[in-house]
Design a protein around this ligand. Sequence first.
Ligand code: TXA
Ligand code: MG
Length: 536
Amino acid sequence: METKLLRDTTEDITTASQIIRDGGIVAMPTETVYGLAANALDGNAVRKIFKAKGRPMDNPLIVHVSSVKMAEDLHLYKEFTKDAKALAEKFWPGPLTIILPKGDCIPDEVSAGLSTVAVRCPSHKVAQKLIELSGKPLAAPSANISGKPSPTKFQHCVNDLMGRADAIIDGGECAVGVESTVVTLATNPPRLLRPGGVTVEQLESVLGKVEIDDAVLDKLKENEVASSPGMKYKHYAPSAQVYLVKGREFVKFVNRVSDSTTAVVCFDEDKSRINSVTYPIGSRNDYFSHAHKIFDVLRQIDKNENIKKVFAPLPRVEGVSLAVYNRLIRASAFRIINADAYVVGLTGPTGAGKSTVARVFEKNGYHIVDTDKIARKAVEKGSPLLKRIAKAFGEDVINDDGTLNRKLLAKRAFETRGKTEILNSITHPYIYEKALLEIEEYSNKGCDKFILDAPVLFESGGEKYCKKTVAVISSLEKRIERIIKRDNLTHKEAMRRINAQHSDDYYTDRADLVLYNNGEQRELENEIIRLINGEL
Ligand code: TXA
Ligand code: MG
């Protein structure tokens, strides 16, 4: 299909309006995001939108009008209620979509078989003019291919829809940048289904209490039916893994954990203090700028194939930021990290008594994040990590019953240093991701101090997640004694294991603090309490 690229002149918009009247589809700018429009009263035309976007047919579309009067005259709603009118008077034209039981003129393609219809009146002058010149209400979802971020620039539409739409009109950058607020008045009390440019606070000033649908802030639970069908689909997420980072120490945290494959979405003020590639979204308190820029930034990040990890500041859950939060929390698959958590890395050679030390910290209010435990869980039957390990080391490292053949894996992975590194490059990032999420989980439960218990803390680069590191060291005799007892080994076997490890210097050179554990429990406890009250 040939796609006409049009400008925002009267002549070009007239051309677009003729395409609409002829049953074609046109990408048009609105103040929120670009929409892919067709005559809403023509089921065949509307079907073309679903095809062009690759959109599931059970996800209904928003009908765009140029005025309240148009919605009334056409009887788009069964009844344009008093509340709806009050909202429309206050917020139309503008970024608000109102859902009510639908009028008879609405084709099933638009409402996707629901008994309600979503209507909005955009304020962008090109959208207004296109509706007026075509004389039709326009059904229009966001003009992206399904699964991509909504387009906020002409070029985004060109990238997605060249050859798929009859025309694309260049109307510049969309002012708001996130899709409209969607509120349903078909429930009592009214309910917010999607946050956008019109805030909950503004809605409540007209309607009184507005409920916020669960899917706005949280993941849909399994088997839960979405109030808005759009919420059940996998939302846009870049191919890189996005993490939302909360806390005052955002910059320090991202600088500690970033590498050459990291991108950071940040406020303009922080840009110069961040060491990795940055994508600024405006000044810290310019919430409208964050909304305006976020989709463009996500598209830019997706274009850079080097980027594997993205950190972005966690938006507030109020005002227009709620909309940014809602989009980003999905893009990040609900991963939030707490930059302010006080994490102490604990390491040391085998048999030095690390676990005993960890337990003393635990008694003193620290939550223990046990990387060995995470590692064991990571290779349990059915874990996604197992598949990646099997791909790298051969399918036969998985037993017939789906469990890991540890012996065979160890044989292959520890054959050469290169192979060990491959295994580590698969397991370490996974383990630390789980560790950070565990820290977040316990931060939310009120814990603010953590021990990251990691035998290979330094070898795996884990110290970057820690504010301080502690090495536990013990005399050789004590270590041999402990290993023999713990693992039921002979003296020779215990020695062999010790000799395969780093010397004490390796740990003491790197750690901020060193604990000598010579088996005197009281002494050890006192020493740890001294550290907690002093250097830690
Ligand atoms: O800002 C916007 O709203 C943009 C511009 C183009 O107007 N449009 C837009 O449309 O974002 P779309 O289709 O990408 O998102 C509409 C959302 C979907 O999640 C859909 O499921 C929901 O609104 N929706 C539409 N009709 C509905 C209805 N009757 N009941 C519940 N949800 C509905
Ligand atoms: Mg959309």
